[in-house]
Ligand binder design. Structure first.
Ligand SMILES: *[C@@H]1O[C@H](CO)[C@@H](O)[C@H](O)[C@H]1NC(C)=O
Ligand SMILES: *[C@@H]1O[C@H](CO)[C@@H](O)[C@H](O)[C@H]1NC(C)=O
Ligand SMILES: *[C@@H]1O[C@H](CO)[C@@H](O)[C@H](O)[C@H]1NC(C)=O
Length: 423
């Protein structure tokens, strides 16, 4: 993979157009190493580094620093010394007063009553040890915060896709218009941290990406007889990019957007099944897995509620965060509640697959997938004809730069004269 960091610094010198790459055909790729953005979306992808940094602070029991990153940002600059923050993402009106259509977000808003009621209030309560989170265990609090942040970035990816659809509908099909918003969606989804193992696409989830893409990938590893949702996303996003660029094909772009919603739904459903089971834990309740199941289920519950809100509310109740016990049959109950929704969600039992940990347990309700008779849903079209604007950059070694403590925010804050000494 080409060095991701050096390219970012290079763009400090020439900012002709908001997202233009410098040189123009050398856009930095993302962690998957496949999707080629037609803009430099490094800073957008960098928000996933904030997710990782918060996790690291929490691991060290440092809630103060974790909160500072949430509210003030760290890695993701919007330029001019202004940081993009996870808090601002969590508090975004993702329809911009109804200008954009985003059923993924409006479904969540309808379920949870206010924008802050979706993620922000939960994150703050656990950072501050207040409200529902007061006195909870460190594991519970950090699981809520870490997993909520994945949901925040997931939702923000859908916001950018919705923005791209709106722009393309206004004939804004230049690379720095709808395609830029679409690329931002891809950047939030995938992130740009270099995988510690593997190529960022095949094999097992590397575990260090901290993006929605990696969350989906972990569930792919768990449900390894179902659809590989992380692998499906880059070609799906590329199909959308090709269809917002230059000539807008509304049906194709809508299909790509919907396919991303389906991918997120599958990850949420798999998580609900797995973590209901793990919270029960053969009778020894695991509170942190209640937190994980609750947050990951919520990452797509807004969209799923557009099919049947009542059912989603029933599943929400099964993950009530005040539970002190998880009944043995909750995983089975969730399975039977959700499976009838698959046709309307445009997904299948085969796509969801089965969780490998219980697959061999004879008679376990999660051991077998449901029956797809009459359900011929497909994910949607995709394309591996990647754009040819991501040629490798001859570069200094990335590790040298990182070892020198040279970071995006440092670079952004420096006058060009000082920055120049680094080259
Ligand atoms: C976009 O372009 C098409 C074809 O030129 C035109 O018919 C349509 O009115 C334009 N839409 C907007 C919103 O400008
Ligand atoms: C739970 O109990 C079942 C049946 O006794 C056993 O097969 C399974 O391994 C146990 N699971 C865990 C996580 O202990
Ligand atoms: C939602 O599911 C419930 C239970 O299956 C069903 O009674 C109800 O009609 C469904 N609602 C919609 C809008 O499909």
């Amino acid at each position: 993979m080409p060095s991701l960091r050096i390219v970012l610094v290079a763009t400090c010198f020439a900012s002709a157009s908001a997202g233009a790459c410098t040189p123009v055909d050398s856009c930095p790729k993302l962690s998957d190493g496949l999707y080629c953005p037609v803009n430099d979306v490094t800073e957008h992808a960098d928000i996933n580094r904030d997710v990782k940094l918060i996790k690291d602070h929490l691991k060290a029991n440092d809630y103060t620093s974790a909160k500072a990153v949430y509210t003030g940002g760290s890695f993701s600059s919007k330029g001019g010394g202004i940081m993009r923050t996870l808090q601002a993402l969590a508090q975004k009106d993702m329809t911009v007063n109804g200008k954009y259509t985003n059923v993924f977000f409006s479904g969540a808003l309808d379920l949870y009553g206010s924008i802050d009621g979706i993620w922000h209030n939960y994150i703050i309560a656990c950072l501050d040890d207040t409200g529902f989170c007061a006195g909870k265990s460190h594991d519970f609090k950090s699981y809520i915060i870490n997993k909520c942040l994945i949901g925040v970035v997931t939702a923000y990816a859908t916001y950018e896709l919705g923005a791209a659809v709106w722009k393309a509908g206004e004939n804004m099909t230049a690379d720095d218009e709808a395609a830029y918003a679409w690329d931002e969606g891809a950047a939030f989804h995938i992130g740009n941290i270099e995988p510690v193992i593997g190529d960022g696409y095949t094999g097992k989830a590397p575990g260090n990406l901290y993006s929605p893409y990696e969350f989906n990938w972990k569930r792919d590893d768990d449900f390894d007889d179902g659809l590989s949702t992380h692998a499906a996303a880059p070609p799906t996003l590329n199909f959308g990019l090709l269809n917002v660029r230059g000539t807008y094909n509304a049906a194709n772009v809508a299909s790509a957007q919907l396919a991303m919603y389906k991918i997120y739904s599958i990850a949420a459903i798999r998580s609900a099944l797995k973590y209901a089971n793990k919270a029960y834990n053969n009778g020894t309740f695991q509170e942190k897995y209640l937190a994980e199941g609750w947050a990951y289920w919520r990452s797509a519950s807004g969209y799923i509620s557009t099919v049947n809100k009542t059912i989603v509310q029933q599943v929400d109740a099964l993950f009530d965060l005040s539970l002190t016990d998880m009944p043995a049959d909750t995983d089975c109950t969730i399975k039977s509640l959700l499976e009838p929704m698959y046709p309307d969600l445009g997904i299948t039992c085969a796509m969801v697959g089965t969780w490998k940990d219980v697959r061999e347990i004879s008679g376990h309700c999660l051991a077998t997938a449901c029956d797809d008779t009459g359900n011929s849903a497909t994910l949607g079209d995709s394309s591996t004809a990647w754009v040819d604007m991501c040629k490798a950059i001859p570069s200094t070694s990335e590790s040298e730069m990182e070892n020198s403590g040279f970071t995006a925010s440092v670079a952004a804050a420096m006058p060009l004269s000082i920055l120049a000494i680094f080259f």
